[in-house]
Design a binder for this molecule. Structure first.
Ligand code: CMC
Length: 429
């Protein structure tokens, strides 16, 4: 609470509203009692000015272009940390000691296999299913396989569910990919790192040995870290809202995956690479810039713009450097998609439309270029986002469930339908 005080004047009455102070960021006007006292709701579709919860996990300063996980800047973590260390940080609040990290790594590694019966479950999906469609179904179905981690009121079961989720999502995403390719599933290999194991499950085949490239392993680990959490974004809010009713954690994460799939959110990485390829050559960029500026075209520059960032998305900066580095290390020079991306970024950042609306490249702008260079089809981009974000979803879900006064999420509305009216018999209509 701060010394600041907000007062709402409604007709001739005044209502004092407490102002809450965060660790960093803008103060928050507490309107919880407003309806009870003044009989009015507040209206904020899209939550542009509404803090929906308290959280101690991730902080974003959209004007500065800053992203902190538990206080640590994303740039430092991307340079010095690993995805599993970041998972520990997000889940438990502090960087682990060497022993804590070894223990956590062992726990995650030992949970990477999925129940064998789940293999048969995959066969119910059409062979050409999008891997996200398969993932929504299979992750939801985990609640039918892991009955010993469904009781949300038991902290130990919540912990087991969290570890299972972080451990098994890469296995499930790789299985969805293999299924879509008509190739056999590859079991997890515990001698490999988290990222290395995922690459192996995606690209190994029984017919020949697959050796995980350290370059790709590091790049994949970094992609996972950069996507690990992002405050109260749409999919995280979906997980929280689903969880607020007491639904089990597997069902909640399945809901998050469904939300992530949309092109305004995690689906943007697939849409962005497809757009860059459609543009094809730098000379066609002005045509697409003009289309993006034309409201009637319905076209937006994918990988551009963000609800919170009104400056460079710090993840996009790291991703751009990574794209250069990975392509270089892989010996891919003059990649036409990267050339189009860089030129598109340059032109857009000099254009009055994008400058005035503060539209900058976001995390999805460069990630697809790296993932494609690694050998992934575009349909796997969003599943990789889902694997990476799982730890953020589950950390936020755990944080919410552990809150003492946690309530079911229940927004209200501004009703604009018909006024009360009487039923008219069919023959009289
Ligand atoms: N291209 C062209 N114009 C845009 C774009 C874009 N990518 N993004 C926003 N605008 C314009 C929009 O038309 C609007 O103009 P006006 O004020 O004249 O009506 C203005 O900028 C504000 O846009 P908005 O839709 O009100 O902003 P929002 O905060 O609701 O939407 C967004 C944010 C990310 C959904 C949007 O910028 C967008 O659709 N971007 C493309 C999709 C994308 O890259 N999504 C990934 C986001 S980052 C990763 C993630 O969240 O998963």
């Amino acid at each position: 609470m701060t010394n600041r005080k907000a007062t709402l004047r409604l007709d001739d009455k005044e209502y004092d509203l407490p102002v809450l102070r965060p660790t960093i960021g803008p103060d928050v006007v507490d309107i919880r009692k407003l309806y009870g006292e003044a009989d009015v709701f507040t209206f904020d579709p899209g939550f542009t000015s509404t803090a929906a919860c308290e959280s101690a996990i991730t902080y974003i300063d959209g004007d500065k272009g800053e992203l902190l996980y538990r206080g640590y800047p994303i740039e430092q973590l991307a340079e010095k940390s690993t995805h599993l260390e970041v998972c520990y940080l997000l889940l438990y609040g502090n960087l682990p000691t060497a022993d804590q990290l070894a223990d956590f790594t062992a726990r995650v590694t030992r949970h990477t296999m999925v129940h064998e019966q789940m293999h048969y479950f995959f066969r119910g999906f059409r062979r050409d299913s999008h891997p996200m469609a398969t993932m929504v179904g299979v992750v939801g179905a985990m609640s039918s396989f892991y009955h010993d981690s469904l009781d949300i009121n038991d902290p130990w079961q919540r912990e087991v569910a969290a570890i299972r989720m972080v451990a098994k999502l890469p296995t499930i995403a790789a299985m969805a990919y293999k299924y879509s390719m008509g190739q056999p599933f590859v079991y997890p290999k515990n001698s490999l790192s988290y990222a290395g194991n995922f690459l192996n499950m995606c690209f190994a085949v029984p017919a020949e040995e697959y050796v995980v490239s350290p370059i790709l392993e590091k790049a994949m680990d970094r992609i996972m870290m950069l996507h690990a959490d992002h405050e109260q974004n749409a999919s995280t809010s979906t997980v929280r809202l689903a969880g607020s009713s007491g639904a089990n954690p597997f069902a909640c994460i399945a809901a998050g995956i469904a939300c992530l799939w949309g092109p305004a959110h995690g689906g943007a990485n697939q849409a962005c690479l497809e757009m860059l390829k459609q543009i094809g050559t730098v000379d066609r960029i002005p045509e697409y810039i003009a289309k993006a500026k034309d409201k009637n075209s319905g076209f937006r520059l994918m990988g551009f713009g963000h609800r919170v960032y009104k400056n460079f998305d710090p993840r996009a900066k790291v991703m751009k450097e990574s794209a250069d580095e990975v392509l270089d290390l892989l010996g891919i020079h003059n990649n036409p998609t990267l050339q189009v991306a860089k030129e598109l970024e340059r032109i857009a950042l000099e254009d009055e439309y994008f400058i005035s609306k503060k539209l900058y490249p976001n995390v999805d702008f460069y990630s697809g270029i790296i993932l494609e260079a690694m050998g992934f089809p575009t349909s796997m981009f969003t599943p990789i986002f889902a694997i990476s974000r799982t730890v953020g979803w589950i950390s936020q879900w755990k944080e919410m469930i552990a809150e003492k006064n946690q309530k079911i999420g229940r927004p209200r509305q501004l009703y604009i339908g018909p006024d009360r009216r009487d039923y008219v018999d069919l023959r009289n209509r």
